[in-house]
Ligand binder design. Structure first.
Ligand code: ATP
Length: 548
């Protein structure tokens, strides 16, 4: 207990400096530190003096000066918990009529009406509210209106005011109430000249076209400009919707699989050698050892199955160094991966795909309507057509459908993007679905670990899944017999030494199993019929882009 410590010993660890020590000159580093400290203290004092001077000057000209202004940094440094309650903009409704509220949001638009009135639209979390600053005796001064009109767009603002309910519909804001401003403070200023205007970045192609026809030239923001200024671009309602949908896709994926007894795993992204033996890997030096970034969790998720987890999934980054300059390839994307034991047939995996995605689509349509509407306003699209029991076609049936439509494809080769799209269109016409499974691919076009069909080794127990004619999933039953796996790897030209740990994992008893990999960005892109995967990657990485 501290009271038992004799007074002289209380600061035993903090021995005061000896006279010699006190005399000792400070080291260069310490002296610099001291100087910096003094300089900072001086600066703080100067700032406080300036604020005090400004306040007294303001008080002379406007007795209401305390009701508006730029917040001081010191007040935002976790100085105190005032007990004030902020109301979320999305919760502002007529139930709060005549009540005082405190809200925080970005200044989306600011419009002055003469010198006595200003309208501000505040935005937060995709919701907006109109706030009115009108001169009123002892409540709102002209200077306050002037301060409000001087706020730069996208600045972060705190407003205290009274909720009112107008008689007419409010067009420029989501909330159908207004806030009569009593106090307004700028919490964080945005620079007055933004590199892109949120309003411009939120426009649909159609709006631009229509305006053009009417002789008006509206700004259209290009993809690169958007991506270079992503911090602003992702503030648009459509982008807010896209990434909230993306979040839900991951969320539903996880919840569904957890409810089906899957275990979430995390496999390494730093891999010795060359991942699955593919060429499209990012090579790196791992403390003197050649290594690469994982091009999929394939091998480790299978090893986890051999390690008795039964059913596993992973949501994680996948790296591909391929030089694809297409609308659907990125160098880094988020993989949704699944692997599971099967008792006798790869259709067990297809059943999971079927129920998982139907659940996902149902849930997105039901719970994310606001987000889907926001996306649709900028990038109009028709809701995805899908069946409650997902259509399964064999590769051969697909080839036949193409043939009948006059499209010649190599029956033992892979389908190219064009024929996949064409098949998607034919399937839609015949079966009224834009989501379907194509299975029993030719073995030659699948990776070495794919299980051949029991009745025809030229085909495999593999599948791809399509949304609107584009691939979102690849999967298969895997070879679980180590000798056969080695034979298949060799036949595919893979150096066995590079995958010996993987093959050895099957030597201690390996259950029959299968799985699949989904690209998160592709699911969102195709569900919302967007034309480029860069729209559904928060900070896309492609062969030409490594920033921001
Ligand atoms: P593709 O034929 O479109 O190049 P893939 O056959 O290489 O795809 P897999 O390696 O089987 O695809 O990957 C599984 C899933 O991961 C794909 O269905 C797709 O959704 C996604 N995916 C694959 N490569 C990319 C990429 N470069 N960028 C974004 N997503 C990808």
């Amino acid at each position: 207990m501290s009271s038992e410590i004799p007074p002289n010993d209380r600061n035993a660890t903090e021995t005061p400096p000896t006279p010699e020590e006190r005399e000792k000159p400070l080291s260069k580093k310490a002296a610099k530190k001291e100087a910096m400290k003094a300089e900072k203290a001086m600066k703080r004092q100067q700032e406080a003096d300036a604020a005090a001077a400004a306040a007294s000057a303001a008080a002379e000209t406007d007795p209401l000066y305390e009701n508006y202004g730029d917040a001081l940094l010191i007040d935002l440094q976790s100085k105190a918990i005032s007990g004030r309650k902020w109301t979320e903009i999305k919760l502002l409704n007529d139930g709060l009529k005549d009540q005082q509220v405190l809200i925080r949001g970005r200044a989306q638009t600011i419009r002055a009406v003469g010198k006595n009135m200003a309208f501000l639209v505040l935005r937060r979390g995709g919701y907006t509210v109109q706030c009115i600053v009108t001169v009123a005796p002892e409540l709102v001064s002209r200077q306050m209106v002037k301060f409000a009109t001087g706020i730069s767009k996208e600045s972060i603002i705190d407003i205290e005011g009274i909720v009112t309910v107008p008689q007419v519909q409010i067009k420029g804001a989501s909330q159908q109430v207004e806030v009569q401003v009593r106090k307004i403070y700028c919490i964080s200023k945005a620079v007055p000249n933004l590199p892109i205007n949120i309003e411009d970045a939120s426009r649909s192609e159609k709006e631009i076209e229509d305006a053009k026809k009417a002789g008006e030239l509206l700004v259209s923001v290009g993809q690169d400009t958007r991506l270079n200024n992503r911090v602003l671009d992702i503030r648009t309602p459509a982008n807010q919707g896209i990434f909230r949908i993306q979040c839900q896709v991951g969320n539903i994926f996880r919840h569904f699989l957890l409810s089906e007894d899957f275990v979430e795993i995390h496999t390494p992204k730093l891999i010795a050698g060359a991942s699955e033996g593919g060429s499209a890997v990012f090579k790196l030096d791992y403390k003197g050892q050649p290594a690469c970034l994982a091009q999929s969790p394939q091998l480790h998720k299978q090893i986890s199955i051999c390690g008795d987890f039964g059913r596993v999934f992973e949501i994680g980054p996948v790296f591909r160094a391929e030089d694809s300059y297409t609308h659907r390839h990125l160098c880094e994307f988020t993989g949704l991966d699944v692997e599971m034991e099967i008792e006798e047939h790869y259709f067990q995996v297809l059943d999971i795909v079927d129920r998982l995605f139907v659940t996902m689509f149902d849930s997105l349509n039901e719970k994310c309507q606001k987000e889907l509407d926001a996306i649709g306003r900028q990038y109009p699209f028709k809701p995805l057509k899908y069946l409650s029991k997902t259509l399964r076609l064999t590769f051969q049936e697909g080839v036949q459908m193409l043939k009948e439509a006059g499209v010649e494809v190599d029956p033992m080769g892979d389908l190219n993007t064009e024929s996949e799209r064409k098949l998607g269109q034919l399937v839609l016409e015949k079966y009224n679905t834009e989501f379907y499974i194509l299975h029993r691919y030719p073995l030659a076009v699948r990776p070495f670990y794919t299980m051949p069909c029991y009745d025809d080794p030229a085909y495999s127990n593999s599948f791809d899944v399509f949304i609107r004619g584009e691939e979102i999933i690849s999967g298969a039953q895997r070879v679980h017999d180590p000798e056969f796996l080695a034979t298949r790897a060799e036949a595919c030209g893979i150096d066995l030494k590079t995958i010996s740990t993987y093959i050895d994992s099957f030597r201690y008893g390996a259950p029959p199993h299968g799985g699949f990999g989904v690209g998160l960005e592709r699911v969102v892109m195709l569900f919302c019929a967007l034309n480029n995967i860069r729209k559904t990657s928060l900070f896309p990485r492609d062969p030409l882009r490594l920033a921001p």
